[in-house]
Each structure stands twice: as C-alpha cells, then as structure tokens.
Write a protein that binds this ligand. Structure first.
Ligand SMILES: Cc1cc2nc3c(=O)[nH]c(=O)nc-3n(C[C@H](O)[C@H](O)[C@H](O)COP(=O)(O)OP(=O)(O)OC[C@H]3O[C@@H](n4cnc5c(N)ncnc54)[C@H](O)[C@@H]3O)c2cc1C
Length: 595
C-alpha cells in the first residue's frame, strides 16, 4: 500500500495507521472506477479521494466479464430504444425491480457506450464502424455491445486509463473489515494492509461500497473463489444498513462441468455469447430440448428458464455421463468462433476440445446475486455518507438479471452516483473520536483471532457453508430444505467461534474475514428464501411453484436491536408511463427469425 497523506495513530494498545481522505472508494472494479472518474469530472479534487481494492491493480472481478454490455444503441435494430430495454429488464426481473433504477441504467446507457467508445474501448465493430451488438437472452433486440468475449477486461482497462489520466490515487491489497457508522452517519472504515499485515483506519466523509457480489459462497459458482465473497453486502449490513432480495440468486445455465474438464474448471462460465452467436443445447439423447421448454425463445430465453431446463434434463437422466448437457456451436466455422468468442475458443482448445468440431459440456452454476444493499436513486444507503453501487447494490435486476445488464449498471450508476456524491460533499458530521474508539475495539477483536489454535480451519468452514447453500438454497428450493439449511448454518456459526488462524498476512486470516461476511450473507439468502413463499424468476420453490401476486414485494433484512436479523416486506414502485407503454407494446424476440 502506498498512500500520500498518512498519519500514525495509537489507540488502546493497538497500533494502526490513519488515513484521512474525504472520499473512500472500496472496490476497484468497473463500478468503483467509473464513480471515481465521475467524481473528478464533477470537480472533486483527486487528492481528496482514494480507491482501494483487496487485489492488485487492474485485478478486479470485472475482468472476468465476457459477453457484453447492454445499451439501446440500435446499431442493427434502429427500432430499439431505452424504454424497450427498460421493459425487457422489468419483464425478465418479474416486476420486483425498482423501475426508477432500471430507468437510470437504460436511459443513460446509449450515451455511456458512446463515451466508452470515445475513451478508446476496443469494441468489436459492425460493418458501419459502430460498436457491434449481439443477441443476449431475454432481450427483444440486439443490444449487447462487446469486445470479443473479453468485454469486462477491455472495459476495466479503458476505465483505469481514464482514472490514471485524472491522477486518481489507488491502493492495492487493502482489505476493509468493518465500516464505522453511528446514528445513521458514516465516519469511516477499518481494515488491514494485506502485504504488511498492519491495521489501518480510514477517516472519511463519504464511503462508496463497490465491493462486488456474493455468489462465490455457493459450492458451484462462476466466480473466483476469493472474489464475490459477499464483503459489500455484509459490511453494509453489519454497519446497520438494509439488504434487499438476497434470495434472488441467478444460476447461469452454462457453467463448465468439473467431471469432464477437471475440478479447477468446475462451474466456470461458458459465456451466454455462445448462445447469442447461435449455440444450441442438446441432451444426451441428441434432442434440442429447449423446443419443449421455450419453443419461441429457445436457447435465448432468460437465464432462469434455460438454467432450470438444463437442471431438469440432467436430474431426469437425460444428461451426459459427466453430469451436464451439450452446448454446440460447431455449425459455425472456426474463423467465426475465433473472431466472436476468442477466449472461449482458446480455453476449450487448451483443454483439447475444438468448439468448431464438437460440443462442450455445461451445467448450471451460481453466477450473480440480484440482491444487495438498499440504495436510493443516487446510490445512497440508509446511512448518510455511505453509498453502494455495482454488484453490491440491489434494485436494478429484480428476480432475474439480463446478461449484459450488470456491466451496464456499473457504468450508468457510476455516473449517477458520482454526480450525486459530488453534490453532497462535504457530508458533514464526521466524528473522528468515535471512529477511533470503535476502530480500537474492532482491532482488539481482530487481534484476538491472530495466531489462534482453534479446532476448525476457516477455509473448511467456508466450504461447508458453500455446500449448505448449494444443497438447500440451490436452483430448486423448498421450505423444509431451507430450514435445514438454516440449522446447518447455525452449526457452522458455532464452529466459527473456534478457528485456527495465522497472522494478518496469512490466507487463513483472510478466510476468517470472509467467513464472518459469508455467514451473514448466507443467513439473509436462506431467510429471504423461506419468507418468499412463491416462485419468481431465479427463486424457484417446489412447494410454491407459482408466483404470488401478493408477494410482488421486496424483502429487506436488517440487524435488529439485539443483533438478530429482522425481515420485512416493502412495496414495489410502478414504472413511468413511457416504460409502461413499451411494456404494453409487448416486444419479444422470436428466436426462429434468426434461423
Ligand atoms: C465469469 C463472469 C462473467 C460475466 N460476464 C458478464 C458480462 O458479459 N456482462 C455483464 O454485464 N456482466 C457480466 N458478469 C457480471 C459482472 O462481471 C459483474 O457483476 C461486475 O463486473 C461487477 O463489478 P463491480 O465493480 O460491482 O465489482 P467487482 O468487479 O467484483 O469489483 C469488486 C472490487 O471490490 C474489491 N473488494 C471486495 N471486497 C473488498 C474488501 N473487503 N476490502 C477491499 N476491497 C474489496 C475487490 O478487490 C474489487 O476491486 C460476469 C460475471 C462473471 C463472474
């Protein structure tokens, strides 16, 4: 970590560094980077801000995003516009999205794509020279812009170049373990330098949580094991903010199958772009089974529909010997696949599979948490001065996310939240004495687990938790199994009080921090799923197979006065007239027009 303005402070026996910075941005993926850029463009001095991440520079999960980013540019389909993009998003979100947030994203995206283009993002191009756009599931038109199948990496590189042009300071390998808030006001954050193993306090007027999502706490997931561990939602929850709709977890239909490609590849994503470029799904009997599940939209129906179809084929014995179904794009020639899907082609080539000659094997994998932190239209949480954005926030995707809408959310809300934060600065009321008092006590707690010799390995407990969620809150759920999941979780929580941990530079220390976050996030998923006695989007309950109109609500979770988790339901707003009109027009992709 190297930071310019730093001071050393000492509390009750705990040595730590204090960094005084008006704005702290926790997270250096697309959401954090885009907000930082906007803050500077709105007049905030870059010296008054700091972006941190718990990995090296440029190494955020965003780099794994492959297939594309949505915006109604109309490169091929001029009849597309932002209202239809909003209508598709609400439709596939099963109408529990926050329409205002959906409009923020869809309305801003055409300009945001143009801006990324102006900033030098290497979009794949149509013959006209405009950014090319491909089909993605559940969308009425081709509106997913892309850079081959390395869209996230290219976008983050573009944003980092822009951030560097603006001299925005960045510190790598810093892990935030606690937000410090009181009376509904943020005062800063506490954490540690993962290289030096030293504790550090951030004395900040405003904190932005852009710390990613929570799906790697499921056994089979498309994320890296050490990203998407739920840090963002857990930090906000533990500081007193509300979480929302945590039970809505997207299972992507096409994760790689470990039995065929090896454990290291298990659950890794085969991008939706393979289906967007014409890939077909077959079961082991050679049947193109989507004809039975979704005869109009076929493989390009929404992810929840295709994922459940894949799962059903496998569970009813029509899967492959390795436990998957086939995804086949071999009717396209090698040049086409190499140009449109270069990373996929290379990855499978390295594993000895030529996608131009034979199918690959896939099965559902946990991919994206639609739930997250409750924020208003500006990205402000319930706690004054604490903002949340990107995969950490809730509201845009409802019960099911459209592919390509997540990168869009990071960029559109990056601009919107940056504008709002700049306007609200300085927030006022920062209490440094309170901050240090709480930081002392928190570091005291952390010191007590350093070099402990307890019975349980935190990494093993994380694996247990992942297995619990996969088994009890997976692609199909029911009340009894969810309750068993809560019982198992309580047992893991009990074991977590007796762990074996090394010093702050050790992996076991990081796993212990992750475990603390994952326990709260898992509880919010299981409890939300118990309370939602219906099936809606990605949340499929076998004991309540239909959607319940009375449950067209959001479910929030918040710490109660004795530290337990209290759940409430909150009403959903209605869309604007422009978007309602687009919904009433009933746009829908007819897949067979593509063939
Ligand atoms: C395999 C894969 C493919 C995808 N493809 C697409 C796609 O094609 N299109 C699309 O729209 N979406 C896609 N997504 C989703 C999309 O990539 C993510 O939702 C999006 O990149 C999230 O960006 P973010 O900035 O919110 O978070 P991230 O990119 O996850 O960044 C989080 C940041 O927070 C930091 N951080 C986390 N915890 C802490 C902590 N405790 N202390 C300090 N720092 C912390 C991390 O180091 C990192 O810098 C894909 C996701 C996956 C897993």
């Amino acid at each position: 970590m190297s930071i310019d303005n730093e001071a050393t402070s000492s509390g009750d026996g705990q040595e730590y560094e204090t960094i005084d910075q008006k704005v702290l941005i926790v997270g250096a993926g697309a959401a954090g980077a885009r907000t930082a850029i906007e803050l500077v463009d709105q007049g905030v001095n870059p010296e008054d801000m700091l972006v941190i991440g718990k990995r090296g520079h440029g190494d955020a999960h965003t780099t794994w995003a492959r297939g594309g980013i949505n915006g109604a540019l109309g490169t091929h389909d001029p009849e597309d516009d932002w209202t239809i993009h909003a209508a598709d998003t609400l439709n596939e979100g099963h109408f529990v999205n926050d329409p205002e947030k959906v409009e923020t994203v869809t309305q801003r995206m055409p300009d945001q794509l143009q801006q990324l283009d102006d900033w030098g993002m290497p979009f794949s191009r149509a013959d006209s020279g405009e950014p090319d756009q491909r089909y993605f599931g559940g969308q009425s038109f081709r509106r997913t812009a892309f850079a081959g199948d390395h869209t996230g990496e290219s976008m983050l590189n573009t944003l980092i170049d822009q951030a560097q042009d603006r001299s925005i300071p960045y510190s790598e390998n810093v892990f935030i373990t606690r937000l410090i808030a009181d009376d509904g006001r943020i005062h800063g954050a506490a954490g540690y330098d993962m290289d030096a193993g030293e504790f550090v306090v951030f004395d900040s007027d405003a904190v932005l949580l852009a710390a990613g999502g929570y799906t790697s706490i499921f056994h089979r997931h498309s994320s890296r094991d050490d990203e998407n561990t739920g840090d963002g939602p857990a930090l906000a929850y533990q500081a007193g903010a509300r979480l929302m709709d945590m039970e809505f977890v997207q299972f992507h239909p096409t994760g790689m199958v470990g039995d065929r490609y090896g454990d290291d590849w298990d659950g890794r994503l085969v991008t939706e772009a393979v289906r967007g470029e014409g890939g077909h799904l077959y079961n082991a009997d050679g049947e193109r089974f989507m004809e039975r599940y979704s005869p109009d939209q076929m493989e390009l129906d929404a992810r929840d529909v295709v994922a459940r179809a894949n799962a059903q084929e496998i569970s009813e014995g029509r899967g492959t010997d390795d436990g998957g179904v086939y995804l086949d794009i071999s009717h396209r020639d090698a040049e086409f696949i190499e140009e449109r899907l270069p990373r996929m082609y290379q990855r499978f080539g390295d594993l000895g599979v030529d996608m131009a000659e034979e199918p690959v094997e896939v099965a559902p994998t946990a991919h994206y948490g639609m739930g997250g932190v409750v924020v208003d239209k500006d990205g402000q949480t319930d706690i004054q001065g604490l903002y949340a954005i990107g995969e950490t926030m809730a509201g845009v995707h409802g019960a099911n996310r459209l592919g390509g809408n997540s990168l869009a959310e990071t960029i559109a809300f990056g601009e919107a939240t940056g504008e709002a934060m700049a306007e609200h600065l300085p927030v006022g009321g920062r209490d440094s004495e309170f901050l240090h008092d709480r930081a002392d006590s928190h570091f005291g707690d952390l010191s007590r687990i350093v070099d402990t010799d307890g019975q349980h390995d935190p990494e093993d407990l994380l694996d247990e938790l992942r297995a619990t969620l996969w088994t009890h809150a997976g692609i199909l759920r029911d009340g009894d199994s969810l309750s068993e999941g809560l019982t198992e979780l309580a047992q893991i929580r009990e074991k977590a009080s007796d762990i074996e941990v090394g010093g702050p530079t050790s992996r076991s220390f990081e796993f212990a921090m992750n475990l603390g976050f994952a326990l709260d996030v898992a509880e919010s998923i299981l409890k939300g799923a118990v309370k939602r006695t219906e099936s809606r989007g990605a949340h499929a309950r076998t004991d309540y197979p239909d959607a319940d109109p009375d449950l067209r609500v959001n479910i929030t979770a918040q710490q109660d006065s004795v530290g337990g988790m209290g759940l409430k339901t909150e009403p959903v707003e209605e869309p604007s007239k422009a978007v309602q009109d687009a919904l009433d027009e009933g746009h829908e992709l007819d897949y067979h027009h593509l063939e």
